[in-house]
Design a binder for this molecule. Structure first.
Ligand code: KIV
Ligand code: ZN
Length: 386
């Protein structure tokens, strides 16, 4: 592993699909897995094989088809889950079993296990998974609310039992960036064997800090980010793949890390995930929102027409868009109108442009957005008046 390489673990098909109402069909899952594989995702968490016959089939089929990515399935800390998961991923060129158990006091109370009993369960289940698969990831669910000493103890057990990736979930999105960095840094320093494994970060977005927490964890030594397309996931969602990838790309000066994601494939998969999950992307969502590369105000449009860097820190082409969208509305100025008309094949003399501009402002006051057809109608009306 090179120091700056960050592995992207996509869980759109597992944690993302757990979002209420986001269930996907078998063929939709295969299609998305192919897109994830093609865009350079390192590990695809394809599902939770014990959850249903459908999930098992989807994980197995994705395992058979994927050409680049490692294929991972999720399993609780029991032999039945782990056996089913091993069976589902076994055809993958690179299979992984991801097994987890809730280690915080709140989560330990559910199966009613003492710390020692849970420690024994972790040892047995990770050992079992490791006997079935060479690549095992282990997660202490609700890690960020687990007593620190106990967290260290469980991680040490999982490493000794053969886990090669240790994922630290912020299951309820409670952590702040400084804490996220501090926790990963301390674990890598304190847990025996920690430097021999990869630490992963799995953040939920309940307080809107998932992206910041993931990047802070990477700064502290984590080298796998768990994320989903559009940030889909339980409750307020998971870390958004497109945000962490573009943040590390655009701000490589202060986050000198590397992924193998082809960012030009981001927009296509974002739209496909929105369609199949039924979860529309909010207009002002970073990177993939409809307005992320759109400008309406006159000052911004004028700046953009002169030099795109005035109001954009990424090129639209870098995320798979063909161009910036200059939205024509009441805040737009004459320069944008001239440019838009030019794109429509209309080159007006200054006095004509002034006339059309007056009509345009009048219409824009009555209408949220002025479309190309509206502009063409305004020009036609102006020519007819002459
Ligand atoms: O949020 C979480 O803790 C999870 C685990 C299963 C890793 O999704
Ligand atoms: Zn999760």
């Amino acid at each position: 592993m090179t120091q700056d390489r960050v592995y992207i673990f996509d869980t759109t098909l597992r944690d993302g699909e757990q979002s209420p109402g986001a269930t996907m069909t078998h063929s939709e899952k295969l299609e998305l897995a192919e897109m994830l594989d093609d865009m350079g995702v390192d590990i695809i968490e394809a599902g939770f094989p014990i959850a249903s016959e459908g999930d098992f089939k989807a994980v197995s089929e994705i395992a058979k088809r994927s050409t680049n990515a490692m294929i991972c399935g999720l399993a609780r800390a029991n032999f039945k889950d782990i056996d089913r998961c091993a069976e589902a991923v076994r055809h993958a060129a690179q299979p992984r079993i991801h097994t987890f158990i809730g280690t915080s006091p709140l989560h330990r109370a559910i199966p009613n296990l003492t710390q020692d009993e849970m420690a024994e369960r972790i040892h047995e289940t990770v050992t079992h998974a490791r006997n079935l698969c060479d690549n095992v990831q282990w997660s202490p669910m609700d890690a960020t609310r687990t007593e620190y000493d106990y967290l260290c103890r469980t991680i040490e057990i999982a490493i000794k039992a053969g886990a090669s990736t240790i994922n630290i979930p912020d299951t309820v999105g409670y952590t702040a960036p400084r804490e996220s960095a501090e926790l990963i840094g301390r674990l890598i320093k304190d847990v025996p064997g920690a430097t021999e494994v990869i630490f992963a970060t799995h953040c939920h977005n309940d307080l809107g800090m998932a992206t910041a927490n993931s990047l802070a964890a990477v700064d502290a030594g984590a080298r796998q980010i768990e994320c989903t397309i559009n940030g889909l996931g339980e409750r307020a969602g998971n870390t958004a793949l497109e945000e962490v990838v573009m943040a590390m790309k655009v701000r490589n000066d202060i986050m000198p890390y590397r992924t193998q994601i082809d960012s030009t494939k981001i927009m296509a998969i974002s739209r496909r995930v929105a369609t199949v999950s039924g979860f529309a992307v909010q207009f002002n969502k970073a990177i993939v929102g409809k307005n992320a590369f759109a400008h309406e105000s006159g000052i911004h449009q004028d700046g953009m027409l002169k030099n795109a860097e005035t109001f954009e820190i990424m090129r639209p082409e870098d995320v798979g868009l063909s161009e910036t969208n200059l939205v024509m509305g009441k805040h737009s100025g004459r320069a944008a109108l001239r440019s838009k008309l030019k794109d429509l094949g209309i080159d007006l003399a200054d006095n004509q442009l002034n006339d059309v501009f007056v009509r345009f402002k009048d219409l824009a006051d009555r209408k949220k957005e002025v479309f190309d057809e509206d502009l063409l109608a305004l020009v036609r009306a102006d020519t007819a008046d002459e």
